[in-house]
Design a protein around this ligand. Structure first.
Ligand SMILES: [Cu+2]
Length: 492
């Protein structure tokens, strides 16, 4: 009887993956899974990565800062003194070293979002990389494997909803790019030092059980008229493009007829954005770093943590580049200027916002970037659910402190069946991998963050080639903090 119970327990811990050995029967969901891979597997994976032999050294400082949001100066936390922080730039295969100093009054971490780097540099305290204490420092050192648009931010409480974010652009030596300019466009929802702090909003959501009505909370009413999508849990006083509010926006300049590559990053904590450039169509070329068959749209939906690249040929004049928070009032805006025309007023609403937004369903992987076709060795479910009262968000019915990690063995083909049982969309992010929507070898795009619609379902396949313990979580910072996280553990 005892051994029967043990077998059941092991099967439960291991999901559908068999377990070879007897050790590792941790009763605590957060403890190491059965036989977690160790440092040697992580080091071996790192030494197997193709490298250019070039080393890029960066210095990064997280510190309190005064930032001008465009007429509103706030005291917040930022990387350096700018919002967004200064972009990192490297070439695929470069070894990146980051001398990080934490001048914040509390511990922090740096997570390199979307980069499939070595596990022990992934920046998740308690799982991959030690947290960096107040006044402390840490030296990151990793090879960046894949080109594309990435970014970095803390993986620590509600810190992401302050000003701690910056782009990380990885160039493709095989693709110099057919465009005259490249603009990184970072979207954000802002409350710190204008409205309540992120920590206060989270505390209010927990205390009120999400019944709504208090400052900072969105209540249950957010609907955008497109399938009744609830936009988020938080009402923000400001929405930003490149750290600027619409009153005094970022101005991006070029000449008429020039081709521009736009690299969109949604750094918001609780806001999905629909993005349009007035008077222009956007030709979407990449998502989450990976190329797709180009598709043209006037409106593009971007969930938290997602990135999209688009090219556009610019007309003559001044055009608002608008990001509409889905299900919320307000607008983020920059200005694209190629001529001497009058800039449109702040919060002018271009007709492109009335179009139906392009979402991942319309994207096809560039054929060269599909995963090798393979039936999954391991199929595991991620059921997303939660409630506003009490304010709790779960994966497979459990909050993170009670989670049963998913498991995989190195070399296996994995499938995650993500089922959203809630009335809100959730951007689900897998660290350390870029999965393929649908099935491996199919036509779905490669991504690391996928916006799963309310009551919707998405299957993703991944190749288990990056050993370690990896977070799988909702990229709504409030949902993650309220429990909507689990792990994918490589086991032997
Ligand atoms: Cu969520």
């Amino acid at each position: 009887m005892t051994s029967g119970l043990l077998v059941s327990r092991r099967q439960l811990l291991a999901g559908v993956v068999g377990v070879g050995a007897a050790a590792g029967l941790s009763a605590c969901g957060l403890g190491p899974g059965p036989n977690p891979v160790g440092a040697s597997a992580i080091a071996a994976a790192e030494s197997a990565r193709a490298t250019t032999g070039k080393v890029r050294d960066f210095v990064l400082r997280a510190a309190p800062a005064q930032v001008d949001l465009g007429g509103t100066v706030v005291t917040t936390w930022a990387y350096g003194d700018s919002l967004p922080g200064t972009a990192f730039r490297a070439t695929a295969g470069d070894r990146v070293r980051v001398a990080f100093g934490n001048e914040l009054p509390e511990a922090t971490s740096v997570h390199w979002h979307g980069l499939a780097i070595r596990n022990d540099m992934d920046g998740v305290p308690g799982v991959t990389t030690p947290e960096v204490a107040a006044g402390g420092s840490f030296g990151f050192d990793f090879v960046v494997p894949d080109p594309g648009t990435y970014w970095f931010h803390p993986h620590h409480g509600m810190q992401l909803d302050r000003g701690l974010y910056a782009p990380f652009i990885v160039d493709d030596p095989a693709d110099p790019g057919d465009y005259d300019h490249e603009w990184v466009v970072v979207l954000d929802d802002w409350t710190d030092d204008v409205g309540p702090s992120p920590e206060q909003i989270y505390a209010d959501l927990k205390a009120a059980g999400g019944s709504g009505g208090m400052g900072g909370m969105n209540g249950m009413g957010g609907m955008d008229g497109m399938g009744g999508m609830d936009g988020g849990d938080v009402t923000y006083p400001l929405y930003l493009v490149n750290g600027r509010a619409p009153n005094d926006p970022d101005v991006l300049t070029a000449k008429p007829g020039q081709r521009v590559r736009l690299r969109f990053i949604n750094a918001g904590a609780d806001t999905i954005f629909d993005v349009a450039l007035a008077g222009h169509d956007l030709t979407v070329t990449h998502t989450d770093g990976y190329p797709v068959t180009p598709v043209t749209t006037s409106l593009l939906r971007i969930g938290m943590g997602e990135r999209y690249d688009a090219v556009v040929t610019l007309a003559d004049g001044a055009f608002p580049l608008v990001a509409q928070p889905v299900g919320k009032l307000g607008q983020a805006q920059a200005i694209v200027r190629t001529g001497s025309g009058t800039a449109p007023m702040a919060r002018w609403r271009p007709s492109e916002l009335d179009a139906y937004p392009l979402t991942v369903d319309a994207l096809r992987a560039d054929p060269g970037t599909a995963l090798p076709a393979k039936d999954p060795d391991s199929v595991q479910d991620l059921l997303l659910s939660g409630s506003m009262g009490p304010y709790v968000w779960t994966i497979n019915g459990r909050t993170y402190d009670d989670t049963v990690p998913l498991t995989i063995r190195q070399g296996q083909a994995g499938r995650l069946r993500i089922r959203n049982m809630s009335m809100m969309p959730h951007p689900i992010h897998l660290h350390g991998h870029t999965f393929q929507l649908g099935s491996a070898g199919g036509t779905g795009p490669r991504k690391d963050t996928v916006l799963v619609p309310a009551m919707g379902a998405v299957d993703v396949d991944f190749a288990a080639e990056n050993p370690g313990q990896w977070m799988v979580h909702c990229h709504n910072a409030y949902h993650a903090e309220a429990g909507m996280m689990t792990r994918l553990d490589y086991v032997t």
